[in-house]
Design a protein around this ligand. Structure first.
Ligand SMILES: O=C(CO)[C@H](O)[C@H](O)COP(=O)(O)O
Length: 234
């Protein structure tokens, strides 16, 4: 089964969590796009939902397909967020931000009663970190922030290149106008300690470690769907 089919299967399963009248957070990425496509079909059939998109890209797709949108200003509390992930560990801690939308994704997930992650099963890992951790940083003081991140990582015995994300010859710029440093630290044994250390650096806007946010992970594989839940969800 190809990757796109698996993404569609995970997205279809996530639709079973969506109920009429819900206020949704709508994620970013190729898997979230499949969710939007399936959601739009249900909306055409009469499902009444409203969504907060986690990126301009997702907003554009929702508009094109007729999914009604709102903002967190108008609708600050959401029922359910459906989003993809770059890595998922067995406790449902995530690495996100491969698509560069981690800041809005985290704000939207935190404003939701429940976050459901959709992915193909290759995203499930024993320990996070093979996927470089995206760290969103302010443009001001980039070099100083980079050194501060290296020092913070080193205090946790982590090291590895911090690469400024590019789009062609230009730095990639997030929807919030910031830059992204992709941190190739390798395996991250203590995600909570790294999260705290990164948040303590003034130039760091946000990082792609999602702790205590996802409650359900729907993972599609050749043998079918595997659903992981946190203890609070059971
Ligand atoms: O975090 C994200 C965007 O910032 C995406 O959810 C993540 O990169 C997964 O994307 P895809 O579904 O295309 O594999």
């Amino acid at each position: 089964m190809d990757a796109k089919t698996l993404k569609i299967k995970a997205a279809a399963e996530a639709l079973t969590y969506v109920e009429d009248g819900m206020r949704l957070g709508i994620g970013t990425g190729s898997t979230a796009d499949e969710f939007v496509r399936l959601l739009a079909v249900r909306v055409k059939d009469g499902l009444d939902v409203i969504g907060v998109p986690t990126s301009e890209r997702t907003a554009a797709l929702c508009r094109e397909l007729g999914v009604r949108l709102t903002t967190l200003e108008e609708t600050p509390e959401l029922d359910l967020t459906i989003d993809g992930a770059d890595e998922v560990d067995p406790e449902l801690t995530l690495i996100k931000g491969g698509g560069g939308a981690l800041l809005r994704e985290k704000i939207v997930a935190a404003a939701s009663k429940r976050m459901v992650v959709i992915a193909d099963e290759t995203k499930l890992v024993e320990a996070l970190g093979a996927f470089p951790l995206p760290v969103e940083v302010n443009r001001f003081g980039l070099a100083a922030t980079k050194i501060a991140i290296e020092r913070a990582a080193s205090s946790l015995d982590l090291s590895g290149p911090l690469t400024l994300r590019m789009t062609g010859a230009e730095p990639f710029v997030t929807d919030g106008g910031h830059l992204i440093l992709d941190a190739s630290f390798g395996r991250i044994p203590d995600t909570r300690a790294l999260s705290l250390a990164l948040h303590a650096i003034p130039g760091v806007v946000e990082h792609g470690l999602f702790l205590d946010l996802a409650r359900v992970a729907i993972l599609a594989g050749a043998d079918g769907i595997r659903t992981l839940t946190t203890k609070t969800e059971r």
